[in-house]
Design a protein around this ligand. Structure first.
Ligand SMILES: [Zn+2]
Length: 394
């Protein structure tokens, strides 16, 4: 049992409120029961007497649900610092740079891949991320995609098969799509919860993406799609057609795409990845237009060695507010409950009674500081299932 009082501002993301509302309680208390689930979240004045004796006072700091980073690529070898340097010196970003990481990943043994993925997951944890999704996609062969997913399973249960990241240099596209839908899927599906396709310029076109996602659904996997990042195309419409949990990137959308997403009534989330735009000096997605149209929006890091080598959800929140016209409340909701919605989960991303005891104590009196103080380390303590796993209560 863990009892915390002295919470200046408690973000509950109360699921009974409309999406995007934080359900903030001031002068609050939080209790995690012995089952590691939230037993009480509300005004300290209403804290039941039986919880009062062992309470720990956190001295007027804010407490928020742990971040749910619903889109990362943490299984890879090497890095691409030189490519980054060249791009910053004026060379444009294209999806082909992925092949550099494919070569490095194929040349790394499992221990090296696990150590790298763990290092990044731990880095994410220290900035308040308590759940993350991660993908294969740098193996692009039956053997290397399968072992990439085995590595992914060492750090999270939210694992995604992304054999359809790009076509590997040694393959023809039609042969490779057949391989993904056949032998590769057969080997990878037992280790994955989701399947994803990069449907964009330089990657997979809509008809191939449809065939791959349908094969994944037949193999029992949930669906996600990388869509409309580099240019406008049919990726988002395909995602809606297939009822995917999340269309990710959504940088280049027209009004038909936005209405299609809105018409799903939150079944298909638009996951925005502002650090990818930041790190490629690209145009940011129009979050305001999506939210005003009624689309459910998540924020995620897209952590990968090419286009967004950061695990920081606070940075994504800052960018969403400062560059994408989201309000502070919307950005924090999208980084917590929004990410959970993109993973079709209600047991995380909120602090309702019965939810998992995953949360973060900030070194500030409110969640607003996450956007207001960009680049500053504001995470004092991180709890997963009611246990302190990073930082300290001091
Ligand atoms: Zn991605």
């Amino acid at each position: 049992m863990l009892v915390l009082t002295g919470i200046s501002s408690l973000v509950t993301n109360d699921l009974t409120l409309e999406r995007g509302k934080l359900g903030v309680v001031t002068n609050a208390a939080l209790v995690v029961g012995d089952d590691n689930k939230i037993a009480f979240a509300g005004e300290a004045a209403n804290l039941p007497r039986e919880f009062k004796s062992n309470a720990i006072d956190i001295n007027g700091r804010a407490l928020i649900p742990g971040f749910v980073d619903s889109h990362t690529h943490l299984v890879f070898g090497g890095d691409r610092a030189e490519e980054f340097e060249a791009r910053m010196a004026g060379k444009p970003y294209s999806a082909g740079g992925i092949r550099t990481t494919v070569a490095a990943t194929r040349n790394s043994n499992d221990d090296v891949l696990v150590a790298n993925a763990r290092r990044l997951a731990n880095e994410a944890l220290h900035t308040g991320t308590t759940t993350l999704e991660t993908k294969s996609g740098y193996g692009l062969s039956v053997v290397d995609e399968t072992r990439s997913l085995q590595v992914a399973n060492a750090i999270t249960s939210e694992t995604t098969f992304l054999g359809a990241h790009v076509v590997p240099a040694e393959s023809q596209i039609n042969d490779y799509v057949d391989l993904i839908c056949g032998e590769m899927l057969e080997n990878c599906a037992p280790h994955a919860k989701w399947i994803d396709v990069f449907c964009d310029r330089g990657a997979f076109e809509v008809d191939h993406a449809r065939a791959i996602l349908k094969a994944g659904a037949n193999a029992g996997l949930g669906l996600r799609i990388h869509a409309n990042q580099l240019q406008h195309g049919g990726g988002v419409q395909l995602g809606v057609e297939l009822g995917v949990a999340s269309c990710d990137h959504c940088t280049h959308l027209d009004s038909a795409d936005i209405s299609a997403l809105a018409d799903t009534k939150g079944k298909t989330v638009a996951t925005l990845l502002p650090t990818a735009e930041l790190c490629t000096r690209s145009k940011f997605p129009d979050a305001r237009r999506l939210i005003d149209a009624g689309v459910t929006v998540a924020l995620a890091s897209d952590c990968n060695p090419g286009s967004s080598y950061t695990t920081s959800m606070p940075l994504a929140i800052s960018l969403a507010v400062l560059n994408m016209n989201m309000t502070c409340d919307e950005a924090v909701w999208s980084a917590t409950a929004g990410g959970a919605a993109a993973l079709r989960r209600t047991d995380i991303g909120n602090l309702a009674v019965g939810s998992q005891g995953d949360f973060t104590i900030l070194n500030s009196r409110s969640h607003i500081h996450l956007a207001y103080r960009p680049g500053v380390k504001l995470v004092d303590a991180v709890f997963v299932r009611g246990q302190l796993v990073a930082g300290s209560l001091r």
